[in-house]
Ligand binder design. Sequence first.
Ligand SMILES: O=C(O)C1=C[C@@H](OP(=O)(O)O)[C@@H](O)[C@H](O)C1
Ligand SMILES: C=C(OP(=O)(O)O)C(=O)O
Length: 418
Amino acid sequence: MSKNAIVSFKGIKDINAEIALTGSKSESNRALIISALSKGIVEVNNLSDAVDTVTLNNILNQVKAHNGDAYITVNVGHAGTAMRFLTAYLSIANGTFHLTGSGRMKERPIKLLVEALQKLGAGINYAGQDGYPPLDISNSFKQISRTVKIQGDISSQYLSALLMIAPSLPLGLSLEIEGELTSRPYLEMTLSMLEEAGIKHSWDNHTIHIDNQAFKSCNLTVEPDWSAASYWYSIVALVDQGNITLPHLKEKSLQGDSQIRDIMIPFGVRTSQTANGIALKSGTSVAITEVLNLKDCPDLAQTIIVCAAAKGLNLSFTGLETLKIKETNRVLALQQELAKIGVSLIEDNEVYTLNCDNLSFPKKVQFHTYDDHRMAMAFAPLSLFIDEVEMEDYQVVEKSYPDFWKDLEKAGFTVKEV
Ligand SMILES: O=C(O)C1=C[C@@H](OP(=O)(O)O)[C@@H](O)[C@H](O)C1
Ligand SMILES: C=C(OP(=O)(O)O)C(=O)O
């Protein structure tokens, strides 16, 4: 049974705290797959506490323990990267698998990845609706092609999944990306982490080539999670005085969500790199006149849009197309919840514009979270303006940031389960 929590903030809005963020979910999930493919010669440090990472780790251990003996069912729950990465990983693993997930996972498309793997020689069938999980994956991989084409604008996770298994494919892989590429920094993260593990690639024009090659023994160290850091940027942007330190975080990061640093400058957040990590400080805001394109950092969209709404900024955004196929339809979820503070998010030809002219904070409000961790974390800072925010199913945050509420309490918020 899911529980709600009342989140509130009393007193002067002067926040000082040091927050130790968990490891990046994206880096952790790549590190786990690379380590498994390397048969353990690649080791991993500082894995994330995120439930998505714990789930993937448990599944990889389950697969290793069963060693191809029988048909097993593995369940990723809500973890999209785990679903996509495992589809590729299990296609070349020893064993037969039923790969499934939550109700929402069964609505998140996987057709492009399945078709690419089938083209390479994998034995995958849909166990439910065509184009969606669950999948039945057989033990019959025999590579019949080195080259596959894949559309780049639906999810970069399909491409990352294929690139990670590429060095283990007898013929290697030439992956041709068709059309626009969404979430590009995540693809670059995959290639960088493979490189750290000794895997060479070349990228010419629209095609990435990886030959069959061996992983080298190394340690992959996961950095703290920049997507999690974004909620602290939002808080600093919304308080009168804010000083937050985020230990071990680095400005120069594999994570594209480190772009929050630049995006938040006009929102009045100053970032500095210290010997210990990153320091955030509130400063003066400046007017934003350009349209913000979030195609490279979709996981920041909710943080930025809710923060802009609370500041009454009628900003416009592009690059939000993929939000509709994430944990929930995030565009719809944002529209429904922002309406509770009098704000609308209007779509016109793939440009989304906030209208905050009727912004008003009620004394009490209940926000729905739609099984989406980022809805809870993006809306929580509104408790700086609303006496009582009731957050539905507040534990939903554990998907990527299990200590989120504890960390808010450290910064002076009150969080009470009801
Ligand atoms: O590869 C990854 O780790 C991720 C890629 C992104 O997904 P898309 O490529 O589907 O946009 C992002 O939204 C997700 O949270 C994590
Ligand atoms: C979209 C997300 O995750 P995934 O696709 O891995 O479920 C996310 O963490 O915001």
